[in-house]
Design a protein around this ligand. Structure first.
Ligand SMILES: Cc1cc2nc3c(=O)[nH]c(=O)nc-3n(C[C@H](O)[C@H](O)[C@H](O)COP(=O)(O)OP(=O)(O)OC[C@H]3O[C@@H](n4cnc5c(N)ncnc54)[C@H](O)[C@@H]3O)c2cc1C
Length: 181
């Protein structure tokens, strides 16, 4: 939920689809089908005010520093939206980089900017891993075979039945701690 009355929904579709192929009624019908009958009967349908097709990508550019150029946010890394980590990672980069720059200009110490890339990437890769993993268990991919599908179902079943697995998912979903200078 984005507010008491607004939500964002994702359903997997083909990359060859266009937004016009998905009028609201088709979207709701498909979403309800995938949610299952029990949940579908409780869904309140309403008009959409924004719709897009988001290709799923995982990408990291490292190091996040080249000489006097520092990268932060999507310029340095892309995550699939599954883990809702993109903006959060951009914000944590900026917190680390702003502290490092302040230290450089105020205290004349380059320790912060020299370690920025390594510190930021340590958080980035964990979020990349989580987003990639969460995507891999919540989507079907064209080249999946029967074995891959059974492994995926086993992983979902494991999460459903294990408090330890649920804790790990929750810890990553809420966000790993931000280590500042
Ligand atoms: C559909 C969707 C859903 C998302 N949902 C989530 C979510 O739930 N949670 C989450 O954490 N993240 C989410 N994200 C990801 C998040 O939006 C991005 O990771 C985040 O906005 C990255 O911030 P940024 O500042 O690095 O880049 P941006 O927000 O892209 O900012 C870059 C800015 O630079 C400007 N710009 C580009 N080129 C130039 C130029 N040459 N000169 C001047 N300005 C320029 C652009 O106009 C833009 O304003 C979502 C993204 C999408 C597309």
């Amino acid at each position: 939920m984005r507010s008491a009355t607004r939500s964002r929904y994702y359903i997997q579709c083909s990359l060859n689809d266009r937004v016009e192929d998905w009028p609201d009624e088709r979207f709701w019908d498909e979403a309800c089908l995938r949610l299952g009958r029990d949940v579908a009967t409780k869904v309140t349908r309403g008009p959409s005010f924004e719709k897009s097709i988001a290709p799923l990508r995982s990408f990291v550019s490292e190091p996040m520093r080249w000489g006097r150029l520092f990268l932060a946010g999507d310029a340095a890394h892309i995550v699939p939206p599954t883990g809702a980590k993109g903006l959060n990672l951009a914000a944590s980069d900026v917190i680390m980089l702003s502290q490092a720059l302040r230290e450089f200009y105020r205290d004349h110490s380059s320790a912060g900017i020299d370690s920025y890339s390594e510190r930021a990437l340590s958080r980035v890769w964990k979020a990349e891993r989580f987003s990639w993993w969460f995507t891999s268990i919540t989507h079907r991919f064209p080249n999946m075979d029967g074995f891959d599908r059974r492994i995926q179902m086993a992983e979902l079943d494991y999460i459903r039945g294990s408090i330890t697995a649920q804790r790990s998912l929750a810890e990553n979903y809420v966000g790993l701690p931000l280590e500042t200078i």
